[in-house]
Design a binder for this molecule. Structure first.
Ligand code: ROI
Length: 162
């Protein structure tokens, strides 16, 4: 089965709990299995700076769902946890993004996979590094080690013991 990676982010309403609750909700689904969870990281906001720091993590799952079906499940969990889409690039209670879906490249109205912006986002690359080896190739973008070398850790910190 394809390796699928999901990015989690929150900067409102107890962000660590938001991520933990999302992981618990994903565990309840019979259509997917969580294979691995990265460390949790705190990160400075990308975008408007007048918002709290984020908590970010990445998980690896395996699933029988298509990417679109998986997106539906992720959006259900975002909505259950009170996600309201307000300002673009503004604060949010929970973001669940499909980062990678095996080697698939998807460019549809609803989905862009690999997720656009992976290469500039330290809050995606550093947690993803916890789960893959340094030769791991991201479709269209290349080796994760090369992407990490060009993506400073500015503003991102691994949280221990969460
Ligand atoms: N910034 C950080 N640090 N982490 C995120 O998860 C995140 N998500 C977003 C925007 C607003 C782009 N900024 C972010 O959607």
């Amino acid at each position: 089965m394809d390796k699928v990676f999901i990015g989690l982010g929150s900067n409102l309403d107890s962000p660590v709990s938001q991520l933990k609750n999302a992981i618990e909700s994903l565990k309840q689904l019979e259509t997917l299995t969580i294979q691995n969870v990265s460390s949790f990281y705190s990160s400075s906001p990308m975008g408007p700076q007048d918002q709290p720091d984020y908590i970010n993590a990445v998980i690896e799952i395996s699933s029988v769902l298509t990417a679109e079906q998986l997106l539906d499940e992720l959006q259900n969990i975002e909505n259950e946890q009170g996600r309201v889409r307000k300002q673009r690039w503004g604060a949010r209670t929970l973001d669940l993004d499909i980062l990678l879906y095996g080697n698939d490249v998807i460019d549809s109205e609803r989905l862009s996979v690999p997720h656009s912006g992976i290469s500039e986002r330290n809050f995606v690359l550093y947690p993803l590094r916890d789960l893959v080896d340094s030769n791991f190739i991201i479709p269209n973008l290349g080796k994760i080690s090369a992407l990490l070398a060009n993506c400073p850790m500015d503003g991102i910190k691994r949280l221990n013991d969460i």
